[in-house]
Design a protein around this ligand. Sequence first.
Ligand code: SAM
Length: 287
Amino acid sequence: MIKNQWFFERELPNTVQDYKIGWRLKKKVYSGKSKYQKIEILDTFGLGRIFILDGILQLSEKYEFIYHEMISHLPLFYHSNPQRILIIGGGDGGVLREVLKHSLKEIFWAELDQKVVEVSKKYLPFLNLKNSLKQKKVKLFLGDGATFIKKFKDFFDVIIVDSTDPKGSSLSLFQKNFYQNSFLALKKKGIFITQSGNFLDQISEIKTTLKNLKKSFPYVKVHRIFTPDYQGSDFSLILASKNINLEKFDIKKTKKRFKIKGLKYYFPEMHLASGILSKFYQKKLKQ
Ligand code: SAM
């Protein structure tokens, strides 16, 4: 909601919030509706350009690198040699920009909303989507990711789910059968990652996602990142693995492999550190 030159975010789905976040506006850049959601792009003083879906901030020019680097490089460095991956959601292109920094053979991408892709190409140049889509190894499929994944068995090395919060069209990406189909679509050493909400207001969402993933995957692990632009700022990503024990991250081997230049948040020590939860959060997730 925009009021007196301030943009105030809507409450996150399924949460009761006793705080409100507002960003001082410079100008409105774009506002429109697709078949699935309301799409807005605004310029702010505090976060630069921001991208909003149904009133909830998806990314900011100033801090998007934190979320995009971690949701991309954590699974790709947990896996010893990823070749073929699937991105679900991520219509803004931020995850695609990051995964293209690895020498992958094939990148399948299932995004629901063509309008999100078009608007992002035009108004979010810092995510480089226009150029990324020129790469032959990128295959974009428009549609529901939960339906798309049913076509594959033992096919992907890594699956990255960069979805909106669990409501409406993205609810299918938070279901047990979607996690089971993801398990089946992954190869033996396959790794899955999903955004799972913040530790302040969405603890129950994190716990539900953990519980449901453990029904399909033997190894499941929460990583924690600090996202100043997201409500609650203390954000969680959950990884799941078919065979690789995520508690045994080999930092020595990863340091040898880690040749990507110019990353601002992800590096092997941050990989390790982000997987360590305080006793406080460990207890909260068990309650
Ligand atoms: N990083 C953001 C966050 O954590 O809130 C998410 C950003 S990204 C823009 C979310 C994308 O998920 C949107 O482009 C939306 O269209 C897409 N999406 C939502 N439901 C989907 C579904 N069922 N299948 C594929 N993509 C979906």
